[in-house]
Design a protein around this ligand. Structure first.
Ligand code: SAM
Length: 234
């Protein structure tokens, strides 16, 4: 199954953009996913290619027009699950990324300006998804984050699928620290920094235990919210 993503945007040239590199780029080349960026401006109805208008009720900024977005939406088939990138949405997490990565088709609407006329969101029952509690200038970067988080979970995208199963957020914990050669690194200030002994011991049970302890300590320190849930789940 190919993971097909339609993007409704005023900046179609942004796609695949950064997604053309690394794991997502390889997966695109290997046909694991596809991207179809639709230019909302192509559906504008006047010579000025207007896609926005002033908000009813007054106030600053412009709002993207329902009729134009609707025409852009109607041009796409099949649409699958419909997502509006929005700082008002539920926050993207690993569980949601896993869920979305099992869809065959996604249609992602990227807002600009003050956002989109609410009627088009209601009519098509767009699901609002945020990538975090801050405001971006547009939905495109958020869409890329969402797509990246899904694509790396597709079968065959990451060399060893075990890797994604052990990553941060998969089991309620952040991931343990990693080390690679040299076993002793001479830092620029002259200090000699060694790898924890247990990692070169070859004792797999002790290594697993060490990694779990480190993951727990990191989670407790950096994400008390996650730690609370992890402890409650026993
Ligand atoms: N006026 C809107 C508000 O306060 O909720 C913010 C509009 S923002 C300047 C323009 C567009 O950027 C939004 O329509 C949305 O598509 C996108 N966007 C901004 N922040 C985002 C976030 N945290 N996650 C996902 N998309 C975001």
């Amino acid at each position: 199954m190919v993971f097909n993503v339609n993007i409704l945007t005023l900046f179609p040239d942004m796609f695949p953009g950064a997604l053309n590199d690394g794991i997502t780029g390889r997966a695109l080349e290997n046909g694991l996913w596809s991207v179809n960026a639709v230019n909302i401006r192509d559906f504008a109805k006047d010579n000025y290619k207007t896609v926005d208008d002033t908000p009813f009720g007054g106030g600053a900024g412009m709002v993207m027009k329902a009729d134009i977005i609707s025409d852009a939406v109607e041009s796409i088939q099949p649409r699958g699950r419909m997502i509006y990138m929005s700082p008002r949405g539920k926050v993207l997490n690993q569980k949601l990324a896993r869920e979305l990565s099992s869809e065959e088709n996604l249609t992602i609407l990227c807002g600009r300006y003050e956002g989109v006329d609410q009627r088009v969101l209601d009519h098509y029952e767009f699901e609002e998804i945020s990538i975090g509690d801050y405001v971006l200038s547009g939905g495109e970067l958020g869409a890329m984050v969402l797509i990246d988080s899904c694509v790396r979970l597709l079968d065959g995208a990451v060399g060893n699928d075990e890797t994604t199963l052990n990553e941060s957020h998969e089991n309620g914990l952040l991931e343990h620290p990693h080390y690679t050669r040299p076993a002793v690194w001479s830092a620029p200030d002259g200090s000699e920094l060694s790898v924890p002994d247990v990692l070169s011991s070859g004792h797999h049970k002790n290594i697993d235990e060490w990694r779990k302890c480190e993951a727990e300590a990191l989670t407790r320190e950096n994400r008390p919210d996650m730690w609370q849930k992890y402890e409650n789940n026993g």
